[in-house]
Structures are given as C-alpha cells and as structure tokens.
Design a protein around this ligand. Structure first.
Ligand code: SF4
Length: 208
C-alpha cells in the first residue's frame, strides 16, 4: 500500500455494518442509471411522472448516475440504463458507449433515442448549411454583429447527422413516445425491478 506509513486507503476504511434487513433490501435492489443525450429532458421528466408510485419503486431500485443525482459517471455496474435523446455530437457517442459498457440492459426512451426525433430534422441538410442557417443567416442575427459559428476545443464536435442510439451501440428495448407516459415508464421499470418480462400494453405505446 502506498502513502503515509499506517495510512488506510479510502476503500479500506471500516464502515458501520447495516442492520441485516436493511442490507438484504439493498442487496436485492437493482441499480439504474439515466442519461439525456440530444433530447429536451421531457423523457426524464416522465420518470417523475410516475408520481407517488416512484416511492414504491425506490424500494426496488437504486438510481445511481442520473440528472437527479448529478453523478457524471456510472459508479458501479447497473442492471438498467435509460437513455433519452439521440446522438448528435462526439460527447454523446462517448457517453452512450460508457452506458453500454456499464449496463446489462439498455433502453432507448422516447422518439429522439428511438429514431432521432426532432433534432434529426437537421439530417435533411448538410451540417455546414445547418450551422450557417443557425449562426450566420439566422433571422435573429443582430445586424452588424460578427456572425461566428462556435468552435472551441471544449465544445463537443457535432456529428454529421443525428443518429438514433441503436445505430451507435446495441440497444435492448425501445420505449416510443414524445415523451413516453409516466405509466409506460413505470410499467417497464416495475417489470424489470420485479424480475418479470417486460409486458407493455399496446394502449401505452399507441398514439393515434
Ligand atoms: Fe423531448 Fe420528445 Fe425527445 Fe423525449 S422524445 S427528449 S420528450 S423531444
């Protein structure tokens, strides 16, 4: 062990053991991670739309990396990863690959993750034209102000088009909707957390 003589590495620090019943409960819980790629966060809000049912769900799941916990990376392997949004830049690719690597089951949640959604409207034009329209020829451009397309090493580079998640990594399930309802999100999570096969009624995935 490195460091000061007699020093204890942080992972060796003694911990107060949990009462057995509480420890068993924690052992049996499945771990879940969520992420928003190129989306509007509406699908993430559908998780909150489970309303008070989320309290019962939290007896069965532990949410690790998510926008709610503000943990950036997945701290330990998860049973389920929920992905909102499509892939529109290099950071999205890296984040989605991180989720694929660390989640047993990966779910595309919502139209943007499933097929690109609204952001993929830009796929009908070359990227250079999209940037010019947004930053140079924009109707909201201030007359006389310099027209600059943002470019900085700290900014993730845009991909040439917006990709649905399954065109970048393998996805196990697809939950359609813009956004999927809280009922649909709850049904999927409750099935997975209870060890049942996912059984989503058509009434929760049909929109016309
Ligand atoms: Fe937002 Fe709809 Fe895309 Fe979900 S599917 S991230 S609600 S635009």
């Amino acid at each position: 062990m490195s460091g000061e003589p007699g020093a204890i590495a942080s992972h060796e620090l003694p911990r107060t053991p949990l009462p057995e019943a509480q420890a068993a409960l924690r052992r049996d819980k499945i771990k879940i991670a969520t992420i928003s790629l190129c989306g509007c966060w509406g699908c993430n809000l559908s998780i909150l739309d489970c309303d008070e049912r989320i309290l019962g769900l939290l007896d069965k799941v532990t949410i690790t990396r998510s926008s709610f916990t503000d943990i950036k990376r997945i701290p330990e392997r998860c049973a389920v990863g929920l992905v909102e949004g499509g892939v529109a830049n290099e950071e999205n690719i890296e984040t989605l690959a991180h989720f694929r690597e660390n989640c047993d089951i990966l779910i595309s949640v919502g139209a943007c993750a499933v097929w690109g959604g609204v952001p993929s409207l830009r796929n009908t034009l070359p990227l250079a034209d999209v940037l010019r329209e947004a930053y140079v020829d924009s109707v909201t451009a201030v007359a006389g102000a310099p027209a600059i397309v943002p470019a900085h090493p700290d900014l993730p580079r845009l991909t040439v088009k917006v990709f649905p998640c399954h065109e970048v990594v393998h996805m196990d399930y697809f939950l359609p909707g813009c956004p999927p309802s809280g009922d649909a999100v709850f049904t999927v999570l409750d099935d997975l957390a209870s060890g049942r096969p996912v059984d989503l009624p058509t009434s929760l995935t049909k929109f016309d």
